[in-house]
Design a protein around this ligand. Structure first.
Ligand SMILES: *Cc1c(COP(=O)(O)O)cnc(C)c1O
Length: 393
């Protein structure tokens, strides 16, 4: 058999299996203790009532011949793409429905889009959402990192003097919770235009931005239509991690329209769309009532983030995020490695987080906390974390 040798170059990710094994061992040794996880990157709140109602109505459509639906339109149903166009219009971004491609979430498109570009030099942030790295290893691309650190607030800026073909940007960022300002994002857009790069902008966390001065779409930036593709998802904003629905915006200006045509060709050849039922649910999540209901869950999570952010701030524990992002990225105390701190927290506080080194070399010495849990448990966990961490000083 001839195998794609690039897969052998993937570094094995033991991150989440290591965490699970350590937590299991701790629970076996301490069966009566409550272990609280601030590590989960998955939503926990139920779907909005309007989403459930629309999904049920759509299911009933499929029960009779008169309203039955089979294969849907190539880029997604018009009712959903129109809802997405309105979603962007609310922030002053004008898109055409034929620039929007509905899919089964952002992760697949963030990976699949790579194949339109052939062998590429790719620039990724470090710390990074690991899928960006792995899809480019699989494709045999040459991977370079723009380093995020305490000095740049985990917002790496363009490496002037160097050129790349593809640049990934995630804002608000997973895992660091950092959010680019308009001016910073403009620098990236200008750099991409000047060097002929394409920006893959991951807006999966846009709903968590409450500061109106911060951009929630790359297309709020002048020039982005000539250099950027945007990936978005209802996973985090509407609790769709299990439902699966997202969209990708490929502006008609990119490569004089060639990229939009290529992506359409790629999707119609290799993908047959998200289900009718899920697209109806997605349109409901973007409708005015549904969006308000989804916002309540986002606010629930952001209240968790605020509780954690305030507790860490009061204890003078250095961190970013937690303000316009459900992630908090904290510095490990006393120069500890991220796994040392993980072990300490688990054993002394029965709290679980995610070691930063799992997100790249420059994540070493940092720790990710998430706001996606239950409010009471989150409050208890952060109090225990602060107590154990402060007692080290
Ligand atoms: C959760 C997440 C997504 C969304 O992925 P889906 O496939 O839509 O569930 C995209 N990007 C990042 C960085 C994420 O953390």
């Amino acid at each position: 058999m001839k195998l794609n040798g690039n897969y052998a170059r993937l570094s094995d990710s033991y991150l989440f299996s290591n965490i699970a094994a350590k937590v299991r061992a701790y629970k076996e040794a301490h069966p009566d203790e409550e272990v609280v996880s601030l590590g989960i990157g998955d939503v926990t709140r139920p779907l909005a009532p309007d989403v459930i109602r629309e999904m049920s109505a759509a299911t009933r459509d499929l029960a009779s011949e008169a309203t039955f639906r089979g294969y849907g339109p190539e880029q997604g149903y018009a009712f959903l793409r129109d809802a997405i166009v309105r979603h962007y219009a609310e922030k002053g971004v004008v898109l055409r429905a034929d620039e929007i491609f509905v899919g089964d979430g952002a992760k697949s498109d963030l990976g699949n889009m790579v194949e339109l570009f052939g062998r590429s030099r790719v620039l990724l942030p470090d710390p990074v959402y690991p899928a960006y790295r792995d899809v480019n290893v699989m494709a045999g691309n040459s991977i370079h990192f723009a380093v995020g650190n305490g000095r740049n607030g985990f917002k790496p800026m363009p490496p002037y003097g160097k050129r790349f073909d593809i640049i990934y940007i995630c804002s608000p960022g997973n895992p660091t919770g950092a959010v680019y300002t308009r001016e910073e994002l403009k620098e990236w857009v200008d750099y991409a235009l000047a060097t002929g790069a394409v920006i893959f902008f991951d807006a999966a966390y846009e709903a968590f931005v409450s500061d109106a001065s911060l951009p929630t779409s790359v297309f709020e930036i002048e020039g982005a239509r000539e250099c950027a593709v945007e990936f978005n998802s209802l996973s985090k904003s509407a609790g769709f991690t299990g439902m699966r629905c997202g969209w990708t915006v490929v502006p008609s200006e990119l490569a004089d329209g060639a990229l939009n045509k290529m992506w359409l060709r790629r999707q119609t050849t290799k993908f047959n769309g998200a289900s009718y039922v899920v697209q109806r649910a997605a349109a409901a999540a973007l409708g005015s009532r549904g969006e308000k209901q989804c916002r309540e869950s986002v606010e629930y999570y952001m209240s968790n983030a605020r509780v954690m952010h305030e507790a860490l701030t009061a204890a003078h524990i250095r961190h970013t995020g937690g303000v316009n992002s459900p992630y908090i990225w904290m510095q490990c105390p006393k120069g500890m490695t991220s796994w040392e701190y993980f072990d300490l927290l688990l054993n002394k506080a029965a709290v679980v987080g995610t070691p930063g080194v799992g997100f790249g070399r420059h994540g070493e010495g940092y720790f990710r906390l998430t706001a996606f849990g239950n409010a009471e448990k989150t409050a208890r966990a952060i109090a225990r974390l602060v107590e154990v961490t402060s007692s080290l000083k």
